[in-house]
Design a protein around this ligand. Sequence first.
Ligand SMILES: C[S@@+](CC[C@H](N)C(=O)[O-])C[C@H]1O[C@@H](n2cnc3c(N)ncnc32)[C@H](O)[C@@H]1O
Length: 269
Amino acid sequence: MTTSRAASRKASAHAEGHHGWDEYAPFYDWENARTFGRRDVPFWQRLAASRGGAVLELGAGTGRVTVPLGKAAAARVVGIDRSAAMLALGRTRLRRARLGNVSLVRGDIRHLPFARGAFDTVIAPYGILQSLLREADLKATLSAVAGVLPRGGVFGLELVADLPDWREYQGRVSLKGRRGRDGRPITLRESVRQDRRRGLTYFDQEFIEGRGRTAVRQRFTLTFRTVSVPRMARRLEAAGFEVTAVLGDYQGGPWDARAAVWILLARKS
Ligand SMILES: C[S@@+](CC[C@H](N)C(=O)[O-])C[C@H]1O[C@@H](n2cnc3c(N)ncnc32)[C@H](O)[C@@H]1O
């Protein structure tokens, strides 16, 4: 094992799912526009529009989903996120969109700072619940979500499907492009590590912006936990929800274990 691999493994013992996002923030939208994009956004917009009432988004980040949600929903939309740097970009996006019904709040999803029953719908897009690395964190979050919903309120969440299937690799250039008005070159070099015993996947990322001696490097690790659909369904039920649908695509098609999309919809009992 090389020294840097040994150091990464040591750091992993102290990993938290909320680590790395401040460092990732300046690159998040750039990378996202080239990878996942906006394919889930119409799904969350339709859910919010069909529900009416106030919506809370867990892990709102740079507002990729929050802002379009605010456009689709007439009612109040609140996004919560722990990363000040992600939220700063979200606030810029919000100002540009000139939406009066949307607000972004800094906080941790394990302890939601809202009144009981304050929202009609809570959504957790793009694997945010997989940033909760311990069973106790997931339990606390599901209980907090149940607290801010009234009876009959809806909780929709998406799990990132293929984390355990990612092959491990080291130092692979996974993206290259240009960014900013001056078209600075930018490269993403990435390593993937799996801790199958703990069900954790680590993405060690290094963004290199510019060239040669003046290049700026940003290194950080993001960690995600695998949670299967059946296990999440059991956790939801234990937290006082009834699972009403498990979807395998963004058009509402049914889920099976090979589906590329894992969405659960649940109603507070
Ligand atoms: C994959 S990003 C999703 C951002 C946005 N929802 C989207 O789909 O583009 C996950 C976000 O969750 C936030 N996050 C991770 N753990 C958190 C926690 N415990 N409490 C609040 N936010 C958290 C991160 O700061 C990050 O902005």
